[in-house]
Design a protein around this ligand. Structure first.
Ligand SMILES: NC(=O)c1ccc[n+]([C@@H]2O[C@H](COP(=O)([O-])OP(=O)(O)OC[C@H]3O[C@@H](n4cnc5c(N)ncnc54)[C@H](OP(=O)(O)O)[C@@H]3O)[C@@H](O)[C@H]2O)c1
Length: 175
């Protein structure tokens, strides 16, 4: 069991995941603009585009609950200081939730680029969960929030290094 779990972006599609993790018994910190509205966790309101605010929220979470040994992040982009700032605080596993664009064949190497947030950080082990789509009889569709939360939870519980919820191939079949 992780002693301090920290989730970035846990108030939307990852809400169900957050509820499940809250039942695990460790300390749970949430970072997002409205994180403090969530019951059952320590919420630290911050905008991840605001480096100073994000750093302050991270420091407050670590001061309250200790080093982060499990992080789950849903950032709209990793090209911001926040993703590295968080990796620097992780003493365990960092699960990156990534949109399907991370595996767009027109832009190879995005998964590897995402994992570079932990370059030179021996105590931060990156795991990646890619959000795909579902192909059904009537066509393809994006994942529901529940499928996303359940899929990320499964990846965390099974400690999958790299996984996809739904599918991303064939790329031409995406909704
Ligand atoms: N492949 C797929 O199937 C796929 C991929 C991506 C998205 N989607 C779908 O698209 C929908 C919309 O995606 P979404 O990104 O809006 O997901 P979301 O998870 O519903 O909302 C975004 C999350 O990030 C936080 N957030 C956003 N901007 C932030 C900022 N500047 N600073 C700090 N936290 C921030 C939000 O919290 P606060 O509001 O508290 O800041 C919220 O927790 C999702 O519901 C999902 O179903 C599907």
């Amino acid at each position: 069991m992780a002693r301090h779990i920290l989730v970035v972006g846990g108030t939307g599609m990852l809400s169900e995941l957050v509820k499940a993790l809250a039942g695990d018994g460790g300390r749970l910190s949430l970072l997002s603009r409205r994180a403090s509205v969530v019951a059952g966790a320590d919420g630290f309101d911050c905008d991840y585009y605001d480096e100073a605010a994000f750093t302050g929220a991270l420091e407050a979470a670590v001061a309250r609950s200790g080093p982060v040994d499990l992080a789950v992040t849903w950032f709209h982009t990793l090209k911001i200081p926040a993703s590295r700032l968080l990796a620097e605080r992780v003493q365990g596993r960092l699960f990156q939730v990534l949109g399907s664009a991370a595996v767009d064949p027109a832009h190879p190497g995005r998964l590897q680029a995402a994992a570079r947030v932990a370059d030179g950080l021996p105590h931060c082990a990156v795991r990646q969960v890619v959000l795909g789509f579902k192909v059904e009889a009537r066509g393809s569709r994006w994942l529901t929030n529940s499928e996303i939360s359940q899929g990320v939870l499964e990846a965390v519980r099974a400690d999958r290094t790299s996984s996809t919820i739904g599918q991303t191939e064939p790329w031409s079949a995406r909704p």
